[in-house]
Design a protein around this ligand. Structure first.
Ligand code: NAD
Length: 296
C-alpha cells in the first residue's frame, strides 16, 4: 500500500485561486469586496503568525482586511467595545478575535459578544448550535478545512469508523459532529476521545480515520494506528530547535516518520491542516458578504 500525502499547502493554493475568481465575479457584479477584520491582543508569537497569514491570504483572494492590534493589558470592557463597533460597522462582513486571549479576559464573553452573522470563526453558541442541529451557519474553520480536504482528496468517509482525539469546542467537538452528520463527507461512526479516555491506543487502533487535535507533539505512534488508516494531524506545537532559523520547529501530534508507512493517507505538519484552516475562514467571509448583500 502506498501512503498518500494530503498536501494542504497545494490544495489551499488551488482553492484560494477559486475564491479569487469568485471574488472577481462578485466585484464585477457591482458588489464591494468582502472585508475581514482580525483583532489581535498582545504579543504572542504564534497568534501573530496566524493573524499575519490570515491578513496576507485576504490580499491573495482580493478581500479587504483590517488588523486591529491592542496591548495584552487591554481591559475586557474595551475589547468588548471593539467587538460592538465591528458588529455595527456595515463595511465589515466578518471578523475574528484571535484566541487565546490574556488570562484576565473571559474568552467566552468575547465569543458571545460577536454578532453570529459576522462570526466567521463559527465559535458563537448560535453557530455551534446550528452545527449540532445540522442547520446552516458558520462552521469553525479548522474542522471545516479538514472536511474540505477529505472531500477534495476523494477520501471515502461513508460508514467508516472515525476517532477524534481532543474535545475542544474549536476543533475536536465540531470535528466529531461534522464527521458523524448525514452527508458526504460524513456518515462516519465517531468515537470522541479526550484526556479522561481509558486505553486511548485501543480506540485509535480501531480507527479508519484518525484525527489528532491535542497539542502533544508526537503522541500518536504507529502501534496506535490501523494499517491503511487516514490520519489527520491537527496539532501544532512549537518545539525548541537551535538549528532552526527561528529557533523552533512546528511539530504535530502524530509521530510522522513512525506512523506514515502504515497510512493510506496522512497530513504533514506543517503544510497539512493549517493552510486549510485559512481557506475555510476565507470561504466563511465570502459567505458572510453574500448573506449581508442579500439582506441589504
Ligand atoms: P485544547 O487544549 O483546547 O484541547 C486539547 C484536547 O486534548 C482536550 O479536549 C483534551 O481533553 C485532549 N487531551 C489532552 N491530553 C490528552 C491525552 N493525553 N489523551 C487524549 N486527549 C487528551 O486544544 P485545541 O485548541 O483543540 O488544539 C489542539 C491542537 O491543535 C493544538 O496543538 C493547537 O495548536 C492545534 N490547532 C491547530 C489548528 C490548525 O489550523 N492546524 C487550529 C487550531 C488548533
Amino acid at each position: 500500500m502506498e501512503t498518500g500525502i494530503l498536501d494542504g499547502k497545494s490544495l489551499s493554493k488551488q482553492i484560494k485561486e477559486e475564491i479569487a475568481r469568485e471574488v472577481a465575479d462578485w466585484v464585477g457584479q457591482g458588489n464591494r469586496r468582502p472585508h475581514l477584520a482580525a483583532v489581535l491582543v498582545g504579543q504572542d508569537g504564534a497568534s501573530r503568525t496566524y493573524v499575519d497569514h490570515k491578513v496576507k491570504s485576504c490580499a491573495q483572494v482580493g478581500f479587504e482586511s483590517t488588523l486591529i492590534e491592542r496591548p495584552a493589558d487591554i481591559g475586557q470592557a474595551d475589547l468588548l467595545e471593539i467587538v460592538a463597533q465591528l458588529n455595527d460597522d456595515p463595511a465589515i462582513d466578518g471578523f475574528i478575535v484571535q484566541l487565546p486571549l490574556p488570562a484576565h479576559i473571559d474568552d467566552q464573553a468575547v465569543i458571545e459578544a460577536v454578532d453570529p452573522a459576522k462570526d466567521v470563526d463559527g465559535f458563537h453558541p448560535s453557530n455551534m448550535g446550528n452545527l449540532a442541529l445540522g442547520l446552516p451557519g458558520f462552521v469553525p474553520a479548522t474542522p471545516a478545512g479538514i472536511m474540505t480536504m477529505l472531500e477534495r482528496s476523494g477520501v471515502e468517509t461513508e460508514g467508516k469508523h472515525a476517532v477524534v482525539i481532543g474535545r475542544s469546542s474549536i476543533v475536536g467537538t465540531p470535528m466529531s459532529l461534522l464527521l458523524s452528520r448525514s452527508g458526504s463527507p460524513g456518515n462516519c461512526t465517531v468515537t470522541l476521545c479526550h484526556s479522561r479516555t481509558q486505553d486511548l491506543a485501543a480506540h485509535c487502533s480501531r480507527a479508519d480515520i484518525l484525527v489528532a487535535a491535542v497539542g502533544r507533539p508526537g503522541m500518536v505512534k504507529a502501534d496506535m494506528v490501523k494499517e491503511g488508516a487516514v490520519v489527520i494531524d491537527v496539532g501544532i506545537t512549537r518545539v525548541e530547535d537551535p538549528t532552526a532559523k527561528r529557533g523552533f520547529r512546528l511539530k504535530g501530534d502524530v509521530d510522522y516518520a513512525d506512523v506514515a508507512p502504515k497510512c493510506r493517507w496522512i497530513t504533514p505538519v506543517p503544510g497539512g491542516v493549517g493552510p486549510m484552516t485559512i481557506v475555510s475562514l476565507l470561504n466563511n467571509t465570502l459567505e458572510a458578504a453574500r448573506r449581508s448583500a442579500d439582506q441589504a
